[in-house]
Design a protein around this ligand. Sequence first.
Ligand code: SAH
Length: 257
Amino acid sequence: MSGNDHNIHDFDITLICEYFSSMDRQGPGSQEATQKALSFIGDMHEGSRIADLGCGTGGQTMVLAQNTPGNIIAIDLFPGFIDKLNDNAQKLNLQSRVKGIIGSMDKLDFQLKELDLIWCEGAIYNIGFEKGMNYWNKFLKKGGYVAVTEASWFIEEQPKEIFDFWNEAYPEIDTIPNKIAQMQKAGDVVIASFILPETCWINNFFVPGIRAQKIFLDKYKGNKSAEEFVKYEKHGAELYNKYKEYYGYVFYIGKKI
Ligand code: SAH
């Protein structure tokens, strides 16, 4: 079997989490992109309630905390990521405003209309964009904001190889106008959207990935599942380089009406 025969859902979640724990970000993104998205969002103050869903080890959580007042609850399913996030918050002296907790983005323990801002970079795909947008909207105050990144097609028609890859990995990938329409239907005015630059993928995700792959393969020498996972990750990077004009991550920023 080659790495090309797998899709991400085939792999052992504990192994995947260990692999990604050694990286500062678990998906494409950057400090600049987080700050740019934040620049569209006004009115945050010390009492603001912010949720960062699918936060991973908290790359974007720390940028948020350093650039907004308010309290951030960061939620992720994987305990190892949350431990790392809380350690990082402590190191940056943000622990009074940033709390990482274990939980699922589809079972939120907030009051209805409690939140001023919901943030989610590279993670809404876990429950699906439409479902996530509709469910999360209930927890936002009127006038509250939602900011997410989501895999999106830039062009209506795609070459079969990349269409098939995404159809396996995340069939809800769609064009930017369709994603915007889904947000609007969920009850948000879409105030901005922008494509994440290539550096978010290459410098901040694939390049650190090469280091993570080396550490991982040294540790799991001979482990078929670990080797197949690394092949899958490499294949993803090759496809991105080949087809990056067709797709990427897009930041979508909405305001609840
Ligand atoms: N936001 C981070 C991590 C993105 S990777 C970044 O951009 O770097 C996707 C994250 O979603 C992983 O950390 C994974 O553990 C988390 N995740 C997967 N399913 C989830 C769920 N149902 N609820 C909360 N987090 C989830």
